[in-house]
Design a binder for this molecule. Sequence first.
Ligand code: SF4
Length: 389
Amino acid sequence: MKTSPWGSMTGVRPVKNVRTMLARGISPQTAAERLAAEFRVSGEKAALAVEIAIRERDLVKHITPQDICLYIGIPFCVTRCLYCSFVTAESGTSARLIAPFLSALRKEIRGVGELLKHRNLNVAALYIGGGTPTVLSEKDLTTLIKQCKITFGLENLSEFTVEAGRPDTIDGGKLDALKDGGVTRISVNPQSMNDATLRAVGRRHTAQDVRDAVALARQKGFDNINMDIIAGLPYETELDFLRTLQEVETLSPESVTVHTLSVKRGSRLREVLGEFALTDGGGVRAMTEAASAFLPKRGKKPYYLYRQKNTLGNLENVGYAKAGRESLYNVLMMEELSTVISLGGGGVTKVIHAETGKIRRAFNVKEPKAYIERLDEMLERKRLIFQYL
Ligand code: SF4
């Protein structure tokens, strides 16, 4: 019988369990032993969860109940990746939707701004994700950031991330717009540095585009760059993955997020699964183990972790970062340590009650057309749960 490295733990946030134990005064060693005894978590995963829980505790120690995060989802991408389950619209064929989407988003920002007025909250982290926000024009990015500043203040922002995931959406003008707008962290995501794999998974860029985009971002002054990679992509061997790891490291990103391929419902990969020989659990485990051995040697420690359904080998996704370059948003959002208000396509608003810790959720629809049509309904959902702020 195959055993999962996470034993009987099924949730998205295994680290939360450990954090709760540590907060109750349980020692790290006992917490690891309990994961092994109660959930049959492997020694390696228990140690990883404890290490991350301790690091997270330090990262969020200055956070107060007044601190919240904002998320803005831009649900457009240049093409759709094979493994994507997000109902993202291809920006070429859906170009006509971008202007009405942005107009609806402006309305949502104004509406949320009104709802948050006089509540004495502080936006600690702003994250513009997607999709690929950098499919937007330089002008649209500038306008969006300006409106966020006018509406939400953002004077005490600790971190402002924009996902510039597809390198082929990045140019000097857009990077200038992000830098001038106060963006502190960007994510340039190769997923693989193997051109054949990039073609196979439907990404329209090459490994060289990634190198060029990172070089341009450095030239424009970005000193906190994350890069996402995926273990277990179709046709990739452990050697291919190792090459990607090493190639990515030659670009010296401040953080690397190692995902494990997940065969998600709604993805094209799920539909055409029979056409691909996916890496087996042992193979993908060797890849993630290689990453967890390699990245700390390059000064990057694991600082956040989450799990998804249908992941190869029942493994996890781990963010590794240099000290001081961890994403505060990732930790606060993933561990549900602060209220997160989500605007735009997709994303979940989670209001955490300061005294009870109870979480209330409101969902934004993902698909741009539905977002435009159902905006008032989503604003109303937010109004209802904001009374618990
Ligand atoms: S870049 Fe991300 S959101 Fe866009 S299609 Fe690929 S996986 Fe989906």
